[in-house]
Design a protein around this ligand. Structure first.
Ligand SMILES: Cc1cc2nc3c(=O)[nH]c(=O)nc-3n(C[C@H](O)[C@H](O)[C@H](O)COP(=O)(O)OP(=O)(O)OC[C@H]3O[C@@H](n4cnc5c(N)ncnc54)[C@H](O)[C@@H]3O)c2cc1C
Ligand code: FES
Length: 278
């Protein structure tokens, strides 16, 4: 944790950089004000934080920089409502509150020696980014890394600098796609699940990790099933509304699981075992 004894009390932090990723997504580089707490801050890829804007409220965002790069914590925020709109209104040097790290993480140790297939859409690249960067910083531990990433239009693609870098690497297979033709776009056109089917990656010794809009996830999961990926080899990270973030308020339950404590990362096998009416 950020070090406060009261788990509801946010740690004061400074936004050191604001990056405009897309027309409705901004990234915030955040540093805890207490240098000792920043130095000792530990988290795992996939864990989230609650960011608060004083007088407005608190919302959940994944820490999308990896634990291997600790100069700052990166959060990306898509404008959705009150808190996210307020976050879009802050500038470099402004103060926010941070409660982190919360939740579970991607079992990256168990993925060692395997091929990794990332499938993301829109802001869904945020949770994948932390793991991608972590794996690139520990590249020898993993076999082939394939990233299928899409958005509605090219300006809606997040992390354009990362995408440029990954595209140039010979040890990453990056496939970018947008939904429809767009002036100047010469790469793939088509929905992410369609591109997945066209690429038809092999399931054997491969872990698939997907995050994106619910409709994309639905068809990606169908596509992976057709490609014979077993449910235990498919991971996703869920976005249930959260309040306490520490398993106390019952706001984020999914059957008998709490997304904030047992998740947000689940295998498809775990999700299939949950009661279907909840
Ligand atoms: C584990 C987790 C990780 C997340 N990571 C990110 C991230 O990295 N980047 C990011 O931009 N967003 C992320 N989200 C979603 C983010 O928390 C919500 O968009 C945010 O809470 C909206 O807050 P708001 O006050 O601006 O919206 P509100 O004013 O509360 O709501 C605005 C509208 O958005 C809907 N909404 C709000 N929260 C959610 C949600 N969680 N899921 C679906 N609909 C919602 C509301 O029903 C309403 O229609 C994550 C959510 C979870 C649970
Ligand atoms: S947010 Fe309170 S139990 Fe999960």
């Amino acid at each position: 944790m950020t070090g406060n004894e009261n788990p509801y009390l946010p740690e004061l932090a400074t936004v050191t950089k604001v990056i405009e990723e897309t027309p409705n997504i901004k990234s915030f580089q955040v540093v805890l004000n207490d240098p000792e707490k920043m130095k000792n801050f530990r988290f795992e890829p996939g864990q989230v934080g609650q960011l608060s804007i004083f007088g407005v409220g608190e919302s959940t965002f994944v820490i999308n920089s990896p634990p291997t790069r600790m100069e700052y914590l990166n959060f990306s925020v898509m404008k959705a409502g009150e808190v996210t709109a307020a976050l879009h209104g802050i500038y470099e040097g402004d103060q926010i509150g941070v409660r982190a790290p919360l939740g579970n993480w991607f079992p990256y140790e168990d993925m060692k020696g395997k091929n990794i297939l990332f499938i993301g859409g829109g802001i869904g690249l945020a949770p994948l980014r932390t793991l991608i960067l972590y794996m690139l910083d520990n590249r020898a531990d993993y076999k082939d890394i394939t990233i299928i990433y899409g958005s509605r239009t090219p300006p809606d693609l997040c992390y354009k600098d990362d995408l440029k870098e990954w595209e140039q690497r010979s040890d990453v297979n990056l496939i970018l796609t947008v939904d429809n033709e767009y002036p100047g776009w010469e790469k793939r056109i088509g929905f992410v699940p369609t591109v997945l089917k066209e690429e038809a990656p092999k399931w054997f010794e491969t872990i698939a990790i997907t995050c994106g809009p619910p409709i994309m996830i639905k068809f990606v999961l169908e596509g992976l099933a057709q490609l014979n990926f077993p449910p235990e080899s498919i991971l996703t990270t869920l976005e249930a509304r959260m309040k306490c973030g520490i398993g106390l308020c019952g706001r984020c339950n999914l059957g008998h699981k709490y997304v904030c404590k047992d998740g947000p990362v689940f295998t498809l096998k775990q999700l299939k075992e949950l009661p279907s009416d909840e």
